[in-house]
Design a protein around this ligand. Structure first.
Ligand code: FAD
Length: 568
């Protein structure tokens, strides 16, 4: 019997995982990996840190080499070989060897595509100028390092404030460059809900980054040895180099040309075993369309974890083992000037985009470990959950310490379809320097579960500018004097029982304090005295995240009239 041949296109996250797993399952098949670049299985996630010189030696980025694959796994890796076409009829691929230009064909029984995603380079005027870089490969990061060193670059512009943009901003600043960060959306980290991005913007500015949001780039020019980046607001920002980090696009050229189905989100369509519309071809990683675990909608999720898992699942499927990809939660983390930004599952923003609004959210800024132990740092947390069953739909967190641990726990809870009531009961490790007897994860569950049970209904921060509710602040007078929500009335918690007569019974009372704890006690007190009352979760800390510039002006009577007329 002829030996089964498995060919793999792309030798980094998804492709390399698939190859190695397949060998562990099947000793007999031939496995050949084709990689058009010079390296296989390199750490693309480490590239920003190589640019920043945190990782100083290029070879540290090489997780594995062709020799290792050959010696350890009997897998043949052909670097510098680009797969240029798939002949599905003949079950052959066409390959070009870059060095010699030689073109040849290889037969397959199973083909795996893991070509990744290309950095977006929109066709803007001047996009091809020298000094404008994207970052995907080791040679890209080498070119950026060389440019900084040879040109003695002092100023850089980073376009796009997503994960890679933030990492590059931090790393260029670490090399002493003055960095301007331009973002087309109204906020940095556009995947996060608006209020979660505010602490990041604050940190960037504090670190001397020139940040401009809501101003899309329209083109580039080179003048007097400088690059000028022009924006929609007709400004020109000048620098010695530009990093474009405005997103990635699935590499679907091979798949499209071969007539494989492409999904509505632009990725290669696959089933849960990662098999494409051709039963002899699998696809994994950044190039494929997957199912959003929470909304069920098709999406692309360019993340290393899913790519690795999908590679393993494709290998299982090729080896005849049952395996299924569960969908992506987009669990992700990013560091930026000492802040950790992490998320899992969905956001309010995404739910609204999918027309699935009216989902409650709990905000809270708990300390990352026991407050009495030195060095406790707040984590700004947001938990999104579903009514009526309390199922967790998403979580976002920003802070200096302990952020990723909480999001990892919440990510697993989400994957196991846990509820906010499960979070109340989660048993997590605790000693004062690590956590709290009521861990931030427990507290998030408690805030949400209290709302679900009707014990402490939550008010929405977005409604503060327009609400007719009575705003009650139960902090101490000196705290209130240092800053409060406009229109709020201060009755300190210890005085509340004796001053109930000052509170209205004909409208809702929304209570706030510093972080949401005293307001919760006040809500319970007032509810038992027959008041209609809600908690403003996360207290003044969250208010400041929502309204860093203070409250917007409430709509005038004329604006309200116009709005009503438009509705009619
Ligand atoms: P890739 O790892 O991109 O591999 C695809 C390979 O296929 C490429 O090497 C390409 O040269 C090759 N190829 C393409 N077409 C052909 C062809 N026709 N013939 C031969 N070879 C071909 N994710 C995280 O989860 N966390 C992070 O911190 C993180 N940081 C990142 C930082 C950077 C700078 C970048 C660029 C990405 C980062 N990612 C991160 C994303 C993560 O690296 C990707 O999601 C993951 O590598 C995708 O794996 P893949 O196998 O689909 O594609």
């Amino acid at each position: 019997m002829e030996t089964r041949r498995v060919l793999i296109v792309g030798g980094v996250a998804g492709g390399a995982s698939c190859a190695a797993r397949l060998r562990r399952l099947d000793e007999r098949c031939d496995i050949i990996v084709f990689e058009r670049g010079p390296y296989v299985s390199f750490a693309n996630c480490g590239l920003p840190y190589y640019v920043g010189d945190v990782i100083q030696e290029e070879k540290k980025l090489l997780v594995a080499t062709p020799e290792l694959f050959r010696n350890r796994f009997r897998i043949e890796v052909r670097t510098g070989h680009e797969v240029t076409a798939i002949d599905r009829q003949a079950k052959e691929i066409e390959v070009r060897e870059n060095a010699s230009g030689r073109v040849y064909r290889e037969r397959y029984d199973a083909l795996v595509l893991s070509p990744g995603a290309a950095a977006v380079r929109p066709p803007l005027p001047g996009i091809g100028l020298d000094g404008i870089f994207t970052l995907r490969t080791i040679p890209d990061s080498r070119s950026i390092r060389e440019w900084i060193e040879k040109r003695r670059a002092r100023r850089a512009i980073v376009v796009g404030a997503g994960f890679i943009g933030l990492e590059m901003t931090e790393n260029l600043a670490a090399r002493g460059l003055e960095v301007t960060l331009l973002e087309a959306a109204a906020q940095v980290m556009p995947l996060l809900d608006r209020e979660m991005a505010n602490p990041i913007e604050h940190r960037l500015r504090k670190q001397g980054v020139h940040l401009r949001t809501g101003d899309p780039v329209t083109g580039f020019e080179a003048t007097d040895g400088e690059l000028a980046v022009k924006t929609q607001s007709r400004q020109a920002f000048r620098a010695d180099m530009v990093i474009l980090s405005i997103g990635v696009k699935p590499e679907t050229g091979l798949a499209r040309a071969a007539g494989l189905e492409i999904g509505p989100s632009g990725g290669i369509r696959v089933d849960e075993c990662m098999r494409t519309s051709d039963p002899a071809i699998w696809a994994v990683g950044d190039a494929v369309e997957v199912r959003d675990f929470v909304t069920g909608m098709p999406c692309v999720a360019p993340l290393a974890g899913p790519a690795n898992r999908q590679g393993r699942i494709a290998a299982d499927s090729i080896a005849g083992r049952p395996a299924a990809f569960r969908g992506v939660q987009a669990t992700a983390v990013c560091g930026c000037f000492g802040l950790t930004i992490a998320m899992t599952g969905t956001t309010d923003k995404r739910l609204r985009a999918c027309a699935l609004a009216a989902i409650p959210t709990a905000h809270l800024p708990p300390q990352h470990h026991a407050g009495y132990y030195p060095g406790a740092k707040p984590i700004h947390m947001k938990l999104t959950f579903r009514v009526p069953d309390g199922r967790i739909l998403g979580a976002q967190a920003v802070g200096e310490e302990g952020v990723e641990r909480r999001i990892d726990v919440l990510s697993m809870a989400l994957q196991k379809q846990a509820t906010v009531f499960d979070l109340e009961e989660a048993e997590l490790c605790y000693a004062p320097q690590y956590g709290a007897a009521k861990d931030p994860v427990n507290l998030a569950g408690m805030v949400a579960a209290n709302a679900m049970r009707g014990d402490a209904p939550l008010a929405e921060w977005e409604e503060i500018p327009v609400t007719d509710a009575f705003l009650l602040d139960v902090r101490d007078p000196h705290e209130f004097a240092a800053g409060a929500i406009p229109r709020a009335v201060n009755i300190p918690l210890p005085q509340l029982r004796s001053r109930l007569a000052e509170l209205p019974r004909d409208r809702e009372i929304w209570v706030n304090c510093g972080v949401g704890q005293r307001s919760y006690y006040a809500v319970r007190l007032l509810a038992q005295h027959g008041f209609r009352v809600r908690n403003l979760p996360g207290g003044l800390t969250t208010f400041k995240a929502f309204y860093p510039e203070g409250l917007p002006k409430p709509p005038s009577a004329e604006d309200r009239l116009t709005e009503r007329r438009e509705k009619i």
